[in-house]
Design a protein around this ligand. Structure first.
Ligand SMILES: C[S@@+](CC[C@H](N)C(=O)[O-])C[C@H]1O[C@@H](n2cnc3c(N)ncnc32)[C@H](O)[C@@H]1O
Length: 338
């Protein structure tokens, strides 16, 4: 049974519960028993991880949020005019700071009806929903606490479909913040194809992608002077300790971020500073780390316009409009089903 919370204009459904723990357990079992250890980045985001990510977005070195926000501020009205959308589905919505800009444009256009945030972080989703219904009188929020790799089938059908006056229906499905870059190329295209299946003829995907640029600028964004990104990176070890009864000493792991020029992606890793054995109690698993051994916790691919177009093509989508900031740091693509 799916827990449903409903207050006024907010409805939140959760699909995580014990399946979430299973997904972390599977990823830990799979990722820590490989020759090259790896944990997928979605496990950063418990309540503390989401808060740390919000702090990262404010850091002087972390340009992606500011650049993407600037594009949205400049283009949200034209995106809404172009699509006629009154509904925003946002995958990996986080604090919904960027959604607010699009919802404001829908409100100004008189089309605003519904926001459908989907995120693994229940705390972030609830806080965002509450703030948004207070800000926009006409707004309904239908939140989905879930994993966009597994729960896209639970995204509710478009609001207003079948209305005889023809109003409603068109929606924007957004994946912002460069989150698509967290996936290896094959998985990325599969995910885009699955998202594409949600698109009706008038719907559009709005995809945020960080762009290839001077590696020093990218590396600084993932290794800030204050050490917030290092804390965020180590948070995944706190999550595994709490959720799976493990005994990592997070402070014994050093934060590493480097730009891989061949793949044009940034990698975040945690490097064990001394040899250690970690026990993951709930899995009965012992994991040895050699001194200097690294655990990969995130890749974040950087894009060019041709790369985005190739990914769309492979996923049965086509680019409709490409928006970027004056310094070409970040891009937003509006895409349709091909
Ligand atoms: C990099 S943050 C971006 C947040 C926000 N969209 C932005 O642009 O600032 C990634 C967000 O996606 C969520 N997330 C990551 N992987 C996810 C997954 N597989 N399913 C659902 N949400 C996910 C995280 O909880 C987090 O809120």
């Amino acid at each position: 049974m799916t827990p449903v919370t409903r207050t006024g204009d907010i409805r939140i459904e959760s699909f995580l519960s014990d399946t979430d723990e299973r997904s972390l357990a599977n990823d830990v079992l799979d990722g820590l028993t490989r020759p090259f250890k790896e944990i997928p980045p979605k496990h950063f985001y418990d309540a503390r991880g989401s808060e740390l990510f919000e702090r990262i977005c404010e850091l002087p070195e972390y340009y992606p949020t500011r650049a993407e926000r600037a594009i949205l501020l400049a283009r949200a009205d034209s995106i809404v005019r172009r699509t006629g959308a009154g509904e925003l589905v946002e995958l990996g919505s986080g604090s919904a700071e960027k959604a607010r800009i699009l919802l404001g444009a829908m409100s100004r256009a008189g089309t605003l009806r519904r926001y459908v945030p989907l995120d693994v972080s229940e705390s972030a989703l609830e806080a965002a929903a509450q703030e948004l219904v207070e800000e926009f009188d006409e707004l309904e929020v239908h939140g989905v606490v879930g994993d966009f790799e597994r729960h896209l089938g639970h995204v509710p059908a478009p609001d207003g479909v079948g209305r005889v006056d023809g109003v409603g229906g068109a929606r924007i499905i957004a994946l912002l913040g460069g989150t698509i870059g967290n996936f290896l190329p094959g998985t990325r295209r599969r995910l885009l194809r699955e998202i594409g299946r949600l698109l009706g003829p008038r719907d559009r995907l709005l995809l945020g992608t960080d762009l290839v640029k001077n590696p020093a600028v990218i590396e600084a964004a993932y290794d800030d002077a204050e050490g917030v990104t290092a804390e965020f990176n180590r948070n995944v070890l706190h999550v595994i300790n709490r959720e799976l009864g493990a005994d990592f000493s997070p402070e014994a792991f050093e934060h590493i971020a480097f730009f891989d020029r061949r793949h044009e992606w940034i990698e975040m890793r945690l490097r064990s500073q001394r040899p250690c054995t970690v026990l993951v109690g709930d899995l009965g698993l012992r994991v040895d780390f050699a001194a200097g051994e690294e655990l990969r916790t995130e890749i974040s691919a950087k894009f060019t316009r041709p790369r985005v177009e190739e990914d769309f093509h492979a996923a049965g989508l086509e680019l409709d409009t490409w928006y970027t900031d004056p310094d070409e740091l970040f891009a937003l693509s509006l895409a349709a089903r091909a």
